[in-house]
Design a protein around this ligand. Sequence first.
Ligand SMILES: [Ca+2]
Ligand SMILES: [Ca+2]
Length: 216
Amino acid sequence: MFLPSFARRRFALALCVTLSAIASPSFATILVESRGTAGVTPHGLTTTFAGTSTIDFNNGLAAGFSGGAIENGTIKGKWTTPFGDTTNYFAVGNATTTMATLNLGGAKDYFGLYWGTLDSFNKLEFWSHGALVASFTGSDIWNPVTGSRYVDFVFGDGQSFDTVRFLSAGNSFEFDNVAFGRLNNTGPDTGVPEPASLALLGAALFGLGVARQRRR
Ligand SMILES: [Ca+2]
Ligand SMILES: [Ca+2]
């Protein structure tokens, strides 16, 4: 089987993932792992990565979130509480809004969430500086989709993201215990342009200066 070099590399990486082997449908090299749900009452599963921040929705919405809604308990046909989680959680779907956005305010390379009732129509997207970096559906995480799992995304090769989108055309994409951080201190954490963008900006300003001089 002939595969281009980047595809071979991704294929090899996917084989290395222990818990659930996934090749990202997009460009970034991302390690994805997930854990099942034994003994998780009352909060559900949480991240095991040290030095990361967690949003648990228990005291309302966190800064940076827009769209979706906080829920508690199950309403049939709308939203289902993540397994073992009796606290507030978050839901996105056509009973609320079909997309929620979490703006992280800077570059991160780790993201985790307790993904309650995985659905094939749930989609998680990672964005960096307005460009899509990678996306995953519920079926990419666990196939056939079933139950609730804590899912970790670890970006490698200096890749990062600053925004996460949660999309669900149907009811619902439920999640809790969102975690994020910078495991490898990848990229700038301030939302400033990366060096390549700065170089382009510098070239553009230089061009402007030359144009001005010529006009004199
Ligand atoms: Ca919670
Ligand atoms: Ca669901």
